[in-house]
Design a protein around this ligand. Structure first.
Ligand code: ADP
Ligand code: MG
Length: 238
């Protein structure tokens, strides 16, 4: 686990600025939800946390370390994407162990960590199956399993549930929250779904057009939105 500091981060693509100085302090173990309309810069910010996109200016720190120039695989972070492409030719166990293998772990260490993750996610019976033999929810759990095997300091989720049907989405929300309560890993979770934000977050960060409009606990934003946008997005109907 670790705190994460996003300080005055800007991002331009070819001279066009899409993030205009975003600052978000994240406490150790917090579950932070970034929410806002499509195109407001959520994924870009998450990709910069993961090191997949370079920061134009500002700083990102994980724990005590400024990570602006740290390569993705040198960051102790695991990311779950919206299109959680599992490797079709690998079993569940191989999918989950692959990132450990890439990092040079030996077989007994991989087995031990994969089994631990499988226990947490109730995947033990499915370890020898292939992705095509799994339901949507099971695949989603395998994608989470791939993230937790490394026991990272930080989890990043980019709209992980948006491809699932409504019923499964509600169930997976609860699973992700339970996982967080159990592991207490610092988490940054992106969604454009207000209900997801309200039900999952310790802290919600409302973004629009590359800026943070407001951040705070769900009820704080609901009861005391600071402007019309936040009120319209998650505020109380009063
Ligand atoms: P969100 O995840 O909130 O929907 P994104 O972070 O994907 O938003 O995108 C924010 C803005 O940055 C959008 O205007 C998008 O078109 C632009 N953008 C994202 N990635 C690139 C890129 N690689 N090149 C150019 N523009 C990009
Ligand atoms: Mg996005």
């Amino acid at each position: 686990m670790a705190s994460v500091q996003i300080h005055d981060v800007r991002k331009s693509f070819g001279g066009f600025e899409v993030l205009h100085g975003v600052s978000v302090p994240i406490e150790d173990g917090q579950f932070v939800v970034l929410v806002g309309p499509s195109g407001c810069g959520k994924s870009t910010l998450l990709r910069m946390l993961a090191g997949l996109e370079k920061i134009t200016s500002g700083t990102i720190s994980i724990g005590d370390r400024v990570v602006n120039d740290v390569q993705p695989k040198e960051r102790d972070i695991a990311m779950v994407f919206q299109n959680y492409a599992l490797y079709p030719h690998m079993t569940v166990a191989q999918n989950m162990g692959f990132s450990l293998k890439l990092r040079g772990a030996d077989k007994s260490e991989i087995d031990q960590k994969v089994n631990r993750a499988a226990d947490i996610l109730d995947l033990r019976r499915l370890l020898e199956r292939f992705p095509r033999q799994l339901s949507g929810g099971q695949r989603q759990r395998v994608a989470m399993g791939r993230a937790i095997v490394r026991d990272p300091q930080v989890f990043l989720f980019d709209e992980p549930l948006s491809n699932l049907d409504a019923k499964l989405r509600v169930a997976m929300r609860a699973e992700i929250k339970e996982l967080h309560q159990r592991l207490k890993t610092t988490t940054v979770y992106v969604t454009h779904d207000q209900i997801e934000a309200m039900t999952m977050a310790d802290k919600i960060v409302v973004m629009q057009d590359g800026i943070v409009e407001q951040m705070g606990a769900p009820l704080e934003l609901y009861d005391r939105p600071e402007n019309k946008f936040v009120a319209g997005f998650i505020g109380s109907p009063a």
